[in-house]
Design a protein around this ligand. Sequence first.
Ligand code: UD1
Ligand code: CA
Length: 452
Amino acid sequence: MSRRPLLVVVLAAGQGTRMKSALPKVLHKVGGRSMLGHVLAVAQSIGADALSVVVGPGMDAARAEAIAVAPNAKVFVQEKQRGTADAVLAAREALAAHSGDVLVLYADTPLLPPETLENLRARLDDGAGIAVLGFEAADPTGYGRLLTDGAGWLDAIREDKDANETELRVRLCNSGVMAFRLDNLLGILARIGNKNAKGEFYLTDAVEIARAGGARAAVVTCSEDDVLGVNSREQLAVAEGIFQKRTRLAVMRDGATLIAPETVWFSYDTKIGRDVVIEPNVFFDLGVTVEDGAEIKANCHFERARIGQNARVGPFARLRPGAVLGAKVHVGNFVEVKNSTLGVGAKANHLSYVGDGTVGAGANIGAGTIFCNYDGFFKHHTEIGEGAFVGSNTSLVAPVKVGNRAYIGSGSVITKNVPDDALALERTSQEERPGWAAKFRAMMAKRKARAG
Ligand code: UD1
Ligand code: CA
């Protein structure tokens, strides 16, 4: 079936005063991505042909985020918040240029699954002029109520403040997500008035006006979670919780083991391969990929990093941006890796900082090794050759290069390049005084006895 083109209008003009934030509400994040970003992404995933975002005056950061996620989005400013119908009309230019379906989404509703929106569109395919996404609210207070006829068609949407006793008892609520297949949508929006309890131009009034013109309005239902709206930090945390729960399930469904799923935190773009095992308390910040068969031990933090096949990381490891671990690499406890590549089978098992480096395949980085990458002004690179052995407590003062299969003696401060297969040692040679300790102990014991 060839479908009508789809314009998605995302409403994001709300101040979000209850967030008590310098940031526009829709830029607060769920799973590491702004709520606006989530909504634009779901619009893209259902194949929106055009995207409009309606922001409030001075919301330049929201505009920038919209363009970053959806470069072809058109951003409109609603000068004054006069209601949801007025907000949609801020995108008048886009509506006028479009012929096809129109879907209205709120940017503070970050958990909408694409399937739910597909269900809504399917009702338009069946001939409905309007399709509204509804849900059975545990507590319907504050929501618009969906008033349906005996056959389930929508008669009207009544806002909470305008509803009578009988209407208030209805638990089927308006999520705010509405889809339109109307030739004269702009005309209908223009006819919406503001004679209501809030003195606002309600988008929901489009239902009664369209019905009077002969169109039918359908209801599609979804879970309350799918349409959770975020107005406060508390609701933001609830949304995050639902997002994490869904992501953990998806990761397990795709073949990874989470020993304690509720303690593992993912970002929206985390990629986890098959047969990956993740122990408790691991945080995946943005941009992390874990390849098949890798083992992530407890208490790790990762950001913009890649973990190769069958690698073993943690416990207590930190991978910072640009950490790329090849297959079978071992990175152990209290090791920090930043902007460095570790070749196949390389190991850094204990207490090390590997920054701005390249570590060859099979190399061993001993306990307490520090890549001294920063001189206070610039960052420098360290290169460790394949199969090299860096002894414990080594400082590698970059820029410096250690050759293939070279050895570094423990405790060395390496400032010069080391050739392949060489031993580099930088420390004073050991001195021994036979019997010294025994004599010293005897002398001190006598002194102590005399002092009483
Ligand atoms: C709206 C619906 C209500 C539904 C509820 C679901 C209307 C009239 N009512 O009510 O039926 O149950 O959402 O949460 O539509 N916005 C603008 N500009 C405006 C007004 C709103 O951009 O002038 C944006 C807000 O930022 C928000 C969304 O539209 O993202 C909804 O507005 P809000 O005022 O919260 O609507 P509700 O009264 O909650
Ligand atoms: Ca609201």
